[in-house]
Design a protein around this ligand. Structure first.
Ligand code: ADP
Ligand code: AMP
Length: 217
């Protein structure tokens, strides 16, 4: 199955992606995670992406698309994948469609996580990420048992630089301007399905899996 998760920053894409991907036994491909690990690893790709990420802007399409094209050609993605954070604008969506068509594939479904603006701000401002395993927590909605430490792996939790108030505001503008047009783009393609992404994480996962089963039947 080839899936895309779309929604504003803080909608819960990364949180849901880990559960949905493991349920469907397909790899989760998160462009944000790949960029962040390249930034912390000091690679050339990380060097190219860092300034854009710090400002809350999109990394240029040619850099992002080359990275995704190469990731999707890896062995584990041949039977399917779950994209989280890509595509993020219409040109990226067009290129993805062409790439998949060249490989004799197409997207099965684009799942939109629908959450209102105030909830997104609450989620982003309390988000904490594990430096070691990348697991995402929230100081109030999904707190680890020891503040600052990941329950999964014992790693140190940190607040992303782009989760500061100023940058959050800018990222939401970028979402509205550049990413939101994908909703009607994919609706026109007949592959869009929106679900209510408010409420407890497990409830959202259940809604997503039920919607997936219905849509694909
Ligand atoms: P995205 O990948 O869409 O930017 P994340 O998955 O990182 O969003 O989630 C943003 C923040 O919201 C995280 O701190 C996460 O723990 C929290 N969160 C995710 N889903 C929910 C939910 N259903 N209810 C409350 N908080 C949530
Ligand atoms: P995310 O983890 O999805 O919130 O992404 C964090 C940052 O990585 C974004 O604000 C962008 O700077 C960059 N990024 C992630 N995915 C993309 C993409 N598809 N296109 C361009 N930039 C991206």
């Amino acid at each position: 199955m080839r899936l895309v998760l779309v929604g504003p920053p803080g909608a819960g894409k990364g949180t849901q992606a880990q559960f949905i991907a493991s349920h469907l036994a397909i790899p989760k491909v998160s462009t944000g995670d790949i960029f962040r690990s390249n930034v912390s690893g000091g690679t050339e790709l990380g060097r190219q992406a860092k300034a854009f990420m710090d400002r809350g802007d999109l990394v240029p399409d040619e850099v992002t698309i080359a990275m995704v094209a190469s990731r999707l050609q890896e062995e584990d993605a041949q039977a399917g994948f779950l994209l989280d954070g890509f595509p993020r604008n219409v040109p990226q969506a067009e290129t993805l469609k062409k790439l998949l068509a060249d490989w004799g594939m197409r997207l099965d479904l684009v799942l939109e996580l629908v959450v209102d603006h105030d909830e997104v701000i609450r989620r982003l401002s309390g988000r904490r990420t594990c430096r070691k395993c990348g697991r995402v927590w929230h100081v109030a909605f999904d707190p680890p048992s020891r503040p600052g430490t990941c329950d999964e792996c014992g790693g140190e939790l940190f607040q992303r630089d782009d989760d500061r108030e100023e940058t959050i505001r800018h990222r939401l503008e970028v979402y509205q301007r550049q990413t939101q047009p994908l909703i009607s783009y994919y609706a026109d393609d007949g592959v869009l399905l929106g679900i209510d992404a408010t409420g407890p994480v497990d409830d959202v996962t259940d809604r997503a899996l039920i919607a997936l089963r219905r849509f694909l039947r």
